[in-house]
Design a protein around this ligand. Sequence first.
Ligand SMILES: *Cc1c(COP(=O)(O)O)cnc(C)c1O
Length: 412
Amino acid sequence: MADKHDHMRSDTAVIARGYDPALSVGSARPAVFRSSTYVFSSPEAAERAFDIIGGRAQAPAGERTDLVYSRFNHPNAEILEDQIVPLEKGAHAAAVFNSGMAAIMTAIVTFAKPGDRIVYTVPLYGGTQHFIHEFLEPFGITGTAVRAGETPRLEDAIRSTPDVRMVLIESPANPTLVMTDIRSACRAAAALMVRPLVLVDNTFLGPSFQHPLECGADVVLYSATKYLGGFSDLLGGVALTRDPELTRRIKSRRGLFGNILQPDECWILDSRLPTVHLRMNRASKNAQRIAEKLAGHGALKRIYYPSLIEDAEQCRIRDAQCDYPGAIISLDLKDGKPAAFEFLRRLRLARNAVSLGGVETLVCHPKSTTHSSVSKEELEISGVTDGLVRISVGIEDWRDLLTDFEQALTGL
Ligand SMILES: *Cc1c(COP(=O)(O)O)cnc(C)c1O
């Protein structure tokens, strides 16, 4: 299927490729295959399928091997993986997982072993940060943290960390949207004798507005729970690579861990893919209008939004790697926590919840929720203050959202 549709543009390919109605009794939309096991066409075909799963043989492109057992693979995962590839510029293969954390941890432990070192940007998503401290470090994989956005320091850390196996970047950082230069990190990695893999958590701006594989990264990671899913009604994760061999290795670990995305969830996520660009574009336009109207509001100490950045180096990174500013805005309220909490209590349209990337607008107070177990020093590095609220702008009419935020800020 892939070859036939390689010439298509992404918005067409995401609909047209990866699904063959003939394999689902002509159904125009994919069926859900909930079977846990698959009947072999012959004992020889079963042997061949196990040789391929066990890594003893490689299927040439186009060979249709028998399915085996749904922890390894199932039709809805295959359809979803084929359909998601065109959304990520530069990707040739994908693996889907039952959460973003499952994708992140499986990719990391596929390529790093005890004794290896990881260089990573901070702040990272809380779960990823905990995974490094509470699992990888006791396991013998140690990390070197570099503050997001510090281009020369990140290059230095990549060059000078012995046995560096992997570079993990999250850009823009949560919740202050500080951007890290992906290209420069990839160049520093490529200059080493043993090239570390560069992994990028692209949840905040991808797949529509930031394309790490085109910047030289090896693996792009997603919490599909966010913009890909888009409706705050499923958990999922994705790893995408330029080199299909890397995805093959990730899938082999996934088969051991048993964290493949289940058929029903694959089907739901699959139905959301054709609207990812529509939803993200609308949410980004909404957010840009709202952020530019709120900038300079008397109740705010600071507003964080990519189109309002002033720092020259941050502007350079943004212009080099981001197509549009995205739909996350953070507000730092002058009167600290009481003002932030009052703002949350007063909201009528936007809802007070963690998570992001849904069609509905969500607002949270990171210091007391998503970042509550982060140390004081790390909070300072991350810019998470008492007065900070993070807004994930949805696809409502931006004027109604602006009215809601303005009434909630009045007199604070
Ligand atoms: C939500 C999120 C994750 C974790 O994803 P889950 O689907 O909740 O496991 C990882 N990285 C980022 C940037 C996120 O926003």
